[in-house]
Design a protein around this ligand. Structure first.
Ligand SMILES: [Fe+2]
Length: 430
């Protein structure tokens, strides 16, 4: 699966561009499912995950619901009940939705029928873009951009959910056995980069796609701070574990201490001992733990406890964004075709800001000042989740690179670990 298939920013300035990018994004979802057996498409091993075939259908439902039905006059829905099965969480739609924890209990529609559904939607979407009158294009274009970015989000979820399904299986199957690993090595020295702070601006403005939760751009006052120049590594997290990090309540937030006790956690997700040595489940199968790779698949609580143990803290999302705002986006994204975090490249200044792992920040996921959600059901996309979750920044090794921006705000609950989640350290400066 060469990365070249998914390169290029998603733009739909012209109809020709729109058709080309629609085809490219849709094709990539199907490429990601090619290594799967039919049986792999059906299971759901955790409430928060979804079966691969549900992802393939749901992203098609999104185009059907928010573009084809309202804007293609003679469009006929593929199936009368798919609106119920493949609506994820949109309460304002009359269809209602099938319970999320039970997505993996449906053997029908089968995988072949879901691919027929995709073809039906693809043909109609091409017709909509091609035939759409100028009077509708101003409304269709932004919805098309959301639909394409939405499918890219689900491409990452496809990979993380497949990983969870395969890690659940005691055979520890590899999703792909041709993924490159890295030589086992020790990480280089972690240093810190200083920022003067002051009154800065964060958030998206101007042309180019961004989700509503990245707007409006607004001023933020930052105290002087320092950021770790790379992500925290497996080697460093092992030192925390060997120092009894999971056993000292003084290191933990109360909710975190309750969580690790209830869940019985003593290491990050996907770690396991084989013949006394730590191994890690990857999309390439079970591998020996590489000390120099970034720590990944841990909760906010574990990242916070490590930061406390090390005498530092997690960065705020404003500190992260200000540091990232002048750095070109590059790094270990899905296009790198590793599908696993890689050791920090050598070099000066901040490294690994983009790609590898989503970085937990110490910031709660809240609306920016003067945030306004969109009208109607599409307004449910981000705004209604602005409670009890934390912000993560920077994208991961499973994110398409052209999906990311420095202003991008991902968000998850503090206890979740199945995404490619890691962290870097921060500290106050004088
Ligand atoms: Fe979705």
């Amino acid at each position: 699966m060469p990365g070249a298939q998914i390169q290029g920013r998603v733009t739909v300035d012209s109809k020709e561009q729109a058709i080309a990018h629609f085809r490219r994004v849709r094709n990539w979802s199907e490429c990601l499912c090619k290594p799967l057996a039919v049986e792999d498409h059906v299971i759901q091993t955790r409430v928060e995950t979804s079966p691969p075939k549900w992802h393939l259908a749901h992203v098609s439902w999104f185009f059907e619901t928010f573009l084809l039905l309202p804007y293609l006059a003679d469009y006929k829905a593929f199936h009368p009940h798919f609106d119920h099965l493949f609506n994820s969480y949109y309460e304002q739609l009359d269809s209602g939705y099938w319970p999320r924890p039970e997505r993996g209990l449906l053997s029908r529609p089968g995988v072949a029928e879901i691919y027929d559904y995709r073809r039906h939607v693809d043909v109609a979407m091409n017709r909509l873009i091609d035939e759409c009158p100028d009077s509708d294009w101003e409304a269709v274009r932004p919805r098309l951009l959301i639909g394409l970015n939405h499918e890219q989000q689900h491409q990452e979820l496809l990979l993380t959910d497949i990983k969870h399904n395969f890690a659940y299986n005691p055979l520890r199957p590899a999703y792909r056995d041709d993924l490159r690993g890295c030589d086992l090595a020790e990480p280089d020295l972690l240093t810190f980069t200083s920022f003067a702070g002051g009154l800065v601006e964060i958030g998206h403005e101007g042309a180019g796609f961004a989700y509503d939760n990245e707007r409006p751009r607004h001023p933020v006052y930052l105290q002087p701070y320092r950021l770790g120049d790379r992500l925290v590594s497996n080697c460093e997290f092992l030192q925390f574990m060997e120092d009894g990090g999971y056993e000292h309540p003084a290191l933990w937030l109360s909710d975190g201490w309750q969580t690790i006790g209830r869940e019985g956690w003593g290491s990050p997700r996907y770690w396991e001992r084989v013949d006394g040595e730590w191994h890690q489940m990857t999309l390439g199968g079970l591998r020996p733990l590489n000390p120099s790779e970034p720590i990944v698949h841990l909760s906010y609580y574990e990242a916070d406890a490590y930061a406390t143990w090390s005498g530092r803290r997690l960065p705020t999302e404003a500190e992260w964004e200000w540091a990232a705002s002048t750095i070109p986006i590059s790094g270990n994204f899905a296009e790198s075709d590793r599908l696993h975090p890689a050791p920090a490249p050598t070099g000066e200044g901040l490294r690994q800001l983009f790609g590898d792992v989503w970085e937990w920040t110490g910031s709660a996921y809240l609306p920016y000042p003067r945030f306004q959600a969109a009208e109607g059901a599409l307004g449910e996309y981000n705004g209604k989740f602005m409670c009890n979750q934390m912000v993560l920044r920077g994208g991961s090794c499973a994110t398409p690179m052209d999906h990311l921006r420095p202003t991008y705000r991902n968000f998850f609950y503090r206890h979740e670990r199945w995404q490619f989640m890691g962290f870097r350290l921060a500290e106050d400066a004088v």
